[in-house]
Ligand binder design. Sequence first.
Ligand SMILES: Nc1ncnc2c1ncn2[C@@H]1O[C@H](COP(=O)(O)OP(=O)(O)OP(=O)(O)O)[C@@H](O)[C@H]1O
Length: 262
Amino acid sequence: MVSAISIQNASKTFHVSGKSIPALDDITLDIPEGAFVSLLGPSGCGKSTLLRVIGDLIDPDGGTVSILGKNARAARQDRDYGMVFQQPGLMDWRTIQKNVELPLQVAGVKAAERAARAQELLKLVRLEGFENHRPGQLSGGMQQRAAIARALSFEPKILLMDEPLGALDEMNREYLQRELLRIWQSTGTTIVFVTHSVSEATFLSTEVVVMSPRPGRVAERIPIDLPYPRVDETRTSEEFYHAETRVREALHSVLEPTTAGV
Ligand SMILES: Nc1ncnc2c1ncn2[C@@H]1O[C@H](COP(=O)(O)OP(=O)(O)OP(=O)(O)O)[C@@H](O)[C@H]1O
């Protein structure tokens, strides 16, 4: 399978007030096209940093990042990325439709064309009928769906998601997990997803990458072989329990060296 993302020996150290903070150490990782890969690991292990390195928001100190065969800067210029963060980041003075249109507007897409595209995207995330609402009039989950629609405006080949469901309550979160899988399957985009949740990573992913405590390294890569579509019943199946346990054990084994002396 072709690699959507290929990272070779990438490291990153931050320098703050004369102190060095090594965040990533020698990351090598290949993510195939169409995969749904979750990055899981203890707080501060460098998950967001790795996502930002992939998305050309941070330059690594060394190593290479190749996106669909080109460097990350070229991929960003080609609008290969969509990004979604924990906070939807919508502009409250614009309607939902106008929020979704914003990246297209900035890129100079004509009004009629961007309105049609925004309509398509709002349909994809099931927000038809809310086009003229302001973000503050929607629930947190609906706002996040609008943020996902906005991130998909240029049909990105790669969707980078940093704890996008982390601020939602359990019911909404599970609903959006199913929705995200539906959107992933209908768009064919490659997704890299940062989460703290073992069950979320297991439910969504084709593969879970468990990272070690800072400086983040790839500690273990766990393929999740549960068939798609994954539905609510999947969560209570024996196969899911086994897969989730496997991920949980991998996470515990990276935590043990730091918690052993506590
Ligand atoms: N811009 C920055 N400047 C300085 N240090 C940073 C910067 N960004 C991240 N760091 C540091 O790098 C380390 C990794 O941070 P990062 O946010 O990537 O971890 P994370 O695994 O995503 O954490 P969490 O799960 O808590 O969100 C942390 O020690 C953090 O303080």
